[in-house]
Design a protein around this ligand. Structure first.
Ligand SMILES: O=C[C@H](O)COP(=O)(O)O
Length: 248
C-alpha cells in the first residue's frame, strides 16, 4: 500500500514570517490524515520550517541541491547542508530548473544518487512539453527521463524516490491533463520503473501528478489507480487550499 503524498512547491515565494504563520495556521488541520503532507520551500525558509513543524506530520523539502558535498560552486547548496538541518525531501529536475538553469538528465541523475546517499528523499520531476505531447512523444520523453534518473541507483533505494509527472504545458497555466490521461502516463512510468528495477519495486514507488492541481480537482486526480499524490505549485501557497488539498 503506497502512502499518498501531497507536496506543496512554494517556488520563489514567502518570507520567514509568512512561512511560519502558514504552518501555524495549517498544522492542526493536516494532522488527522494518512496522507503525507510536504512543503518544499526556498532555502532561506528551511531551518525555520523544520523548527516550526516539529511534532507535526508536515515534512519539509528543498527545491534543488548541488550534487557535490562542498566546493567552489558559488550560489549552490549541498546535500551535506540540507542533511545538517534534517530536510526530508528535495525536488530534483523540476521543469523550471531544466528550462532556466540548465538542469539536464545527467545532473538529475547525479543529484538523485547524492540525495539518497545523504538520506534525503528525492522528488524527481519528469514531463513533456506541449510540442512533444502534440507530436505524440510523451511516452518516449518520460521513459528516457525516468531511466536516466534511475541510472546506477541501487534497486533497494528506489522506493525512497518519489516521481512527479508534470506535463510542462499544465504548470501554472490552469490547464490540467485529464485525470485519465495523467493516470495513463503515470501507469506507463510505473511500467518503465518495473522494466528497470522489477515489478516489486515499481509497485512501491510513489508517483505524483503535478500541473494546476487545485482543491476542486485533487479528489478526482487522487481517485485514479496509479496516481499516489500531487506536487502543487500555486494552490499550495494558500493555507486554506493547502488544508483542502491534504484532506482531499
Ligand atoms: O511543482 C509544481 C508544479 O510546477 C505545478 O505548479 P502549479 O500547481 O502552479 O501548476
Amino acid at each position: 500500500m503506497r502512502t499518498p503524498i501531497i507536496a506543496g512547491n512554494w517556488k520563489m515565494h514567502k518570507t520567514i514570517k509568512e512561512a511560519v504563520d502558514f504552518v501555524n495556521e495549517v498544522k492542526d488541520k493536516v494532522a488527522n490524515t494518512d496522507v503525507e503532507a510536504v512543503i518544499c520551500a526556498p532555502f532561506t525558509l528551511l531551518k525555520d520550517l523544520k523548527e516550526v513543524t516539529k511534532g507535526t506530520n508536515i515534512k519539509i523539502g528543498a527545491q534543488n541541491m548541488h550534487f557535490e558535498e562542498k566546493g567552489a560552486f558559488t550560489g549552490e547548496i549541498s546535500p551535506l547542508m540540507l542533511k545538517e538541518i534534517e530536510v526530508d525531501y528535495v525536488i530534483i529536475g523540476h521543469s523550471e530548473r531544466r528550462q532556466y538553469f540548465n538542469e539536464t538528465d545527467e545532473t538529475v541523475n547525479k543529484k538523485v544518487l547524492k540525495a539518497l546517499e545523504y538520506g534525503i528523499k528525492p522528488i524527481v520531476c519528469v514531463g513533456e512539453t506541449l510540442e512533444e505531447r502534440e507530436t505524440e512523444k510523451t511516452k518516449d520523453v518520460v521513459k528516457y527521463q525516468v531511466e536516466k534518473a534511475l541510472e546506477n541507483v541501487d534497486k533497494d533505494r528506489v522506493k525512497d524516490i518519489v516521481i512527479a509527472y508534470e506535463p510542462i504545458w499544465a504548470i501554472g497555466t490552469g490547464k490540467t491533463a485529464s485525470s485519465k490521461d495523467a493516470n495513463d502516463v503515470i501507469s506507463y512510468i510505473r511500467e518503465v520503473v518495473a522494466s528497470v528495477c522489477g515489478e516489486e519495486v515499481s509497485e512501491e514507488v510513489r508517483i505524483q501528478y503535478g500541473g494546476s492541481v487545485k482543491p476542486n480537482n485533487v479528489e478526482e486526480i487522487m481517485n485514479e489507480s496509479d496516481i499516489d499524490g500531487a506536487l502543487v505549485g500555486g494552490a499550495s501557497l494558500n493555507p486554506s487550499d493547502y488544508i483542502e488539498l491534504v484532506n482531499f
